[in-house]
Design a binder for this molecule. Structure first.
Ligand SMILES: C[S@@+](CC[C@H](N)C(=O)[O-])C[C@H]1O[C@@H](n2cnc3c(N)ncnc32)[C@H](O)[C@@H]1O
Length: 203
């Protein structure tokens, strides 16, 4: 029951943030609290194929990747996967929930090319055009900020582990439309595992 309510709220907050980004501050506190509470059990809730769409999308990304960002990183699994795939890249994961970030840091203590920050995807604490690759897995897309931090010719991957069944989900038509209006092009849709990913490049 509690979990169903949580998933429902995540979907509601996603719809609010995508349709009315200015209302995000109203739904943000409960999202942060929800994910802080989930942090201790988050990894045990994830099935083995959860990052299949993201991994399939990463396999299409052109190298070299010098700097990569995983937005809404949770306990950092996607950021770790990126750091493993692109060992010479500097990889950052950012999440609004400090408890999630704490766990991501614990898991990656020995990794020099990987760092985690607490931050809000609606106002990312990074310079314009500072990443060659930006990923968002099961995460509310804040389009202005995603577009701002990807460098020209850089790649953005938006992935959902369960496709439309993912609690935080935005249809790919909507994502394409939002990204196209912010200078993204060369869209590729990927189905893998039980989910989907959209890969796009910035002009
Ligand atoms: C469904 S979880 C996904 C975590 C991870 N990407 C994964 O797939 O395992 C969504 C994550 O996004 C974070 N989040 C939600 N809104 C955010 C925002 N505005 N800025 C940064 N992180 C956010 C939550 O704290 C949570 O850790």
């Amino acid at each position: 029951m509690k979990q169903r309510l949580g998933r429902g709220y995540a979907r509601f907050a996603t719809n609010v943030a995508v349709r009315f980004p200015r209302l995000w501050p109203l739904v943000r506190p409960l999202i942060r609290k929800q994910f802080d509470l989930l942090a201790p059990v988050w990894d045990s809730m994830r099935s083995p194929d959860v990052f299949a769409p993201l991994e399939a999308a990463l396999a299409t990304v052109e190298e070299p990747i010098e700097a990569a960002l995983d937005v809404g990183t949770g306990t950092g699994a996607a950021a770790l996967a990126i750091a493993e795939r692109f060992p010479s890249a500097r990889v950052v994961g950012v999440d609004i929930a400090p408890e999630m970030v704490e766990r991501a840091r614990q898991k990656s203590r020995d990794q020099e090319n990987l760092a985690f920050d607490v931050g809000d995807a609606s106002a990312l604490p990074y310079d314009d055009a500072s990443f060659d690759l930006v990923t968002a897995a099961n995460m509310i897309p804040f389009f202005d900020e995603l577009a701002r931090v990807v460098r020209p010719r850089g790649t953005l991957v938006v992935a959902f582990s369960l496709g439309p069944q993912t609690p935080i989900y935005v249809p790919s038509d909507r994502i394409r439309e939002e990204l196209a209006s912010r200078g993204f092009t060369e869209f590729a849709e990927i189905d893998a595992g039980r989910g989907t990913a959209l890969v796009s490049r910035k002009r």
